[in-house]
Structure formats: structure tokens, C-alpha cells
Design a protein around this ligand. Structure first.
Ligand SMILES: [Fe+2]
Length: 193
């Protein structure tokens, strides 16, 4: 498990335009202590995490992850949507930003999505208020599309696909966005429409 890094504390403190002394005063520790945290010669006690996050103007999650979210929408940003897929059990985790996720004892990296290629083409149509996607892809046990997701500003819908099914999905249309789909062998693809 990772804990707060000194670099994160320093960056957030500087962004807030606070000196080590000023930050220390807010949370009742000395500037020396703040300096130790920032140079990783000490770690803030768990009891101090919440007041520290508050003083630095971030959420506890942001403080711990070290990812400063400057977007005003703290609930997440669809442009930063990430998928994490467990290679052992096939679990799918969707996140509106980078996080630390593990499944089956494996730390999962966020998948980077490729553009559809000649082996993974998509055909998108819009029948009767829906969005219909057909993948030009095999659906065998050894090589198939394992899920498709429709992501836009209003949310995400994931549909699981299985071998022997037709390589197609249909979602109710609710605005322009992205279609993500995952090949069991070659990972994640992303089509914008
Ligand atoms: Fe494939």
C-alpha cells in the first residue's frame, strides 16, 4: 500500500502558497515536521491525514493518490476515464480517473486504448434512438470481444459479451461520446463518435 509522498505534500502546499511554517500552524505541527514529511524523513500520522488534506484544499483520496485534481468537477472527468481489467478473472473496473486497483492479487494498470484497427473495426449506426455497434471480430473462446462500454458525459453503460455471441451491442442513445471495447487478446480499443 502506498502512503502520502513528500512530493505530493510539497506540491500541494506550494500550490496553496503556504510556507512550511504556515501549513504547520494550521495542523499544529512544527515547520521542521512538515519539512521532514516533504523530504521523506518522516510520515504524517494517520490522524493527521484528514486535517492535512483540508489544509491543502484537497480530498483525502487526492492526497493519498498524489494526483491533484484541478478540474472543478470533483466527481471526475470523463476525459480521464480508465478501465482496469483483471487478466485472471476478467473483472472490469471503471474509474473516472487513475486509481490503485487490484484483483486476484494483481495490481491492475489502467489500460490504454488503441484506435480501432484493421483487425478490430467497428461499424456504428443509430437505429431508432439507439446506438448499435457491430465489431468485425471473431467471437471464439480463444479470441473474442469481452465487453463494450458506452461512455459520455451523462454516464457509462457496460455490456459484457461472451464467445459464440454475435459481435454486436446496442445501447439507448444518450449523446455523443466514446465506445470502448476490449479484445480478449489485444486489449482495449476506443472509438469516438
Ligand atoms: Fe482481437
Amino acid at each position: 500500500m502506498s502512503y502520502i509522498s513528500g512530493k505530493t505534500i510539497k506540491e500541494l502546499r506550494e500550490r496553496k502558497k503556504l510556507t512550511q511554517k504556515q501549513l504547520g500552524e494550521i495542523i499544529a505541527v512544527s515547520d521542521k515536521t512538515v519539512s521532514k514529511w516533504e523530504t521523506e524523513r518522516g510520515l504524517p500520522d494517520i490522524m493527521l491525514i484528514e486535517p492535512l488534506a483540508k489544509a491543502l484544499g484537497v480530498s483525502v483520496a487526492e492526497l493519498l493518490s498524489g494526483e491533484s485534481i484541478t478540474n472543478k468537477n470533483r466527481a471526475g472527468n470523463i476525459a480521464r476515464a480508465k478501465f482496469y481489467v483483471c487478466p485472471v478473472c476478467g473483472n472490469i473496473i471503471f474509474s473516472l480517473g487513475e486509481g490503485a486497483f487490484s484483483c486476484c492479487g494483481i495490481n491492475l494498470p489502467p489500460l490504454s486504448a488503441e484506435k480501432p484497427d484493421e483487425n478490430h473495426p467497428v461499424e456504428i449506426s443509430r437505429p431508432e434512438g439507439d446506438i448499435f455497434i457491430r465489431f468485425g471480430h471473431p467471437m471464439t473462446k480463444e479470441h473474442y470481444i469481452s465487453f463494450a462500454a458506452y461512455v459520455n458525459y451523462s454516464g457509462i453503460t457496460i455490456k459484457k459479451l461472451y464467445p459464440e455471441q454475435e459481435p454486436e451491442v446496442r445501447f439507448p442513445f444518450c449523446g455523443k461520446g466514446k465506445i470502448f471495447f476490449c479484445c480478449s487478446r489485444e486489449g482495449l480499443f476506443e472509438a469516438v463518435f
